[in-house]
Design a protein around this ligand. Structure first.
Ligand code: SF4
Length: 292
């Protein structure tokens, strides 16, 4: 396949084994973990967890990524669509509340093949960096029930520093508006699990509360009323990040400043507690116990 799936538009010729694009992934699906995951937001994990499928690779590769083992170094194992369908059946048998596809963009065609073999009777969640191409998102229309995009950076300078791309906000904002067009305002079931909608995540970065506030303003002004935001304070300097200012955690004052702004805007959502700022929450990838 000549790959144009993400906004990098490499046009790389990805075959069963050959890579070549920025993400360095072959055409064959590669997955680093398939297991219950209890630590997503309450409408995604509920009480029993989401069946989390962590795909290898990433189209963004933030310098500070806490999952660099899979996002930068592509740890994982090959999976056929049939094998993914079987794994989704096992997650359903375990009683999951939802199924989550995490950084799955380089494998959209293969995932659609797996879902044609077996479509879990649960909300399907697309968990993404937000760096998506609208044409690729349209391939998912009618299949994905819930989008869970990050909204990371506002300024081109900061996004270039952290991801090598100046166009992060331009692409992510277009992508989120497409997600909203597809899934609309949130719908919840009797267990308060989101069955349709968009939940936007924002990770506060040290020294960058001004960007956080601009991004919350954008959500308030451009997204439908009721679109929830998950405000995350879990930033931990990972992956030997050396970008000036990003080598520490955020302070209580920084968190309160952004949280107060979100309250002032009356945006619904979730606030992550300080105990989530730990490397202990990073899952184990690509070991035998990583797969159901
Ligand atoms: S998914 Fe990978 S190969 Fe395809 S356009 Fe994006 S970075 Fe390039």
């Amino acid at each position: 396949m000549r790959c144009e799936l993400c906004p990098r538009h490499c046009g790389a010729s990805r075959t069963e084994t050959a890579t070549g694009g920025f993400c360095g992934l072959p055409e064959t699906m590669q997955i680093a973990r398939i297991a219950p995951h209890l630590w997503e937001e309450p409408p995604i994990s509920g009480t029993k967890g989401t069946g989390a499928i962590f795909f290898s690779g990433c189209t963004l590769r933030c310098a500070y990524c806490q999952n660099a083992e899979i996002s930068h170094r592509n740890a994982g194992r090959p999976f056929t669509p049939n094998e993914l369908a079987d794994a989704m059946r096992r997650l359903v048998d375990l009683g999951m509340e939802t199924i989550s596809f995490i950084t799955a963009t380089p494998f959209v065609p293969q995932i659609l093949r797996a879902l044609a073999i077996y479509r879990p009777p649960l909300p399907l969640v697309w968990n993404t960096s937000g760096y998506e191409d609208v044409r690729t998102l349209r391939m998912l229309e009618g299949t994905v029930d819930v989008y869970l995009p990050d909204l990371k950076h506002r300024s081109p300078a900061m996004s270039r520093l952290c991801t090598g791309r100046e166009d992060y906000f331009e692409k992510a904002s277009q992508a989120i508006l497409e997600m909203v067009r597809q899934c609309g305002t949130p719908v919840y079931n009797e267990k308060n699990i989101m069955t349709r909608g968009v939940l936007i995540r924002h990770l506060i970065l040290p020294g960058l509360t001004g960007e956080s506030i601009q991004l919350l303003d954008w959500v308030h002004d451009e997204c439908p009323q009721g679109t929830p935001v998950s405000l995350m304070q879990q930033y931990v300097p990972c992956n030997n990040v050396s970008i000036p200012g990003l080598t520490r955690r955020i302070t209580r004052r920084e968190y309160e400043r952004v949280k107060d702004h979100m309250l002032m805007l009356d945006l619904p959502g979730f606030y992550q507690g300080p105990t989530s700022a730990s490397e202990d929450f990073i899952p184990v990838f690509n070991q035998d116990e990583s797969f159901v």
